[in-house]
Design a protein around this ligand. Structure first.
Ligand SMILES: [Zn+2]
Length: 112
C-alpha cells in the first residue's frame, strides 16, 4: 500500500466511525446504546463477503489475516483494485487477477 492509499483508508475509516458515533448517539439519546452489535444492515459491507455491495452491486471482497477478516468493495473503496489476500493467493497459485471480472472467473474455475 502506498502512503496515499494509507492516508485515504485512514480518512475513510475516521469518517465512517464518526458517522456511527453520531448515529448511535442519536439512537440512544442520553442513555447508553442498548443493542450494539457489529453486524447491522446499515453497515455497508462488513460480514457480507460475496454478497453484492449495497452501493454498486459488485461482490464484496475480503482479506483474511490470521483469524480476522476485513471486507471491502473493490469498486467503491479501492478503485477496482483487488487487495492481496493470502488464502486466495494460495488458491490462485500466485496468479493474482488484475480486475474484479478476472477474479470472479478465476474463482469459478478454482471451484470446479
Ligand atoms: Zn461497491
Amino acid at each position: 500500500m502506498s502512503d496515499d492509499e494509507i492516508k485515504r483508508l485512514h480518512e475513510a475509516t475516521v469518517t465512517v466511525l464518526q458517522e456511527w458515533i453520531e448515529r448511535l448517539r442519536e439512537e440512544s439519546g442520553d442513555g447508553l446504546p442498548e443493542k450494539v452489535t457489529a453486524f447491522r444492515p446499515e453497515i455497508a459491507v462488513h460480514g457480507k463477503y460475496r454478497e453484492p455491495c449495497p452501493e454498486c452491486g459488485s461482490p464484496v471482497q475480503r482479506i483474511v489475516y490470521a483469524s480476522n477478516e476485513a471486507n471491502y468493495c473493490s469498486t467503491c473503496q479501492t478503485e477496482g483494485k483487488l487487495l492481496a489476500d493470502r488464502a486466495l493467493s494460495k488458491l490462485l497459485k500466485g496468479n493474482w487477477p488484475k480486475s474484479l471480472e478476472e477474479m470472479e472467473e478465476r474463482r469459478a474455475q478454482a471451484q470446479t
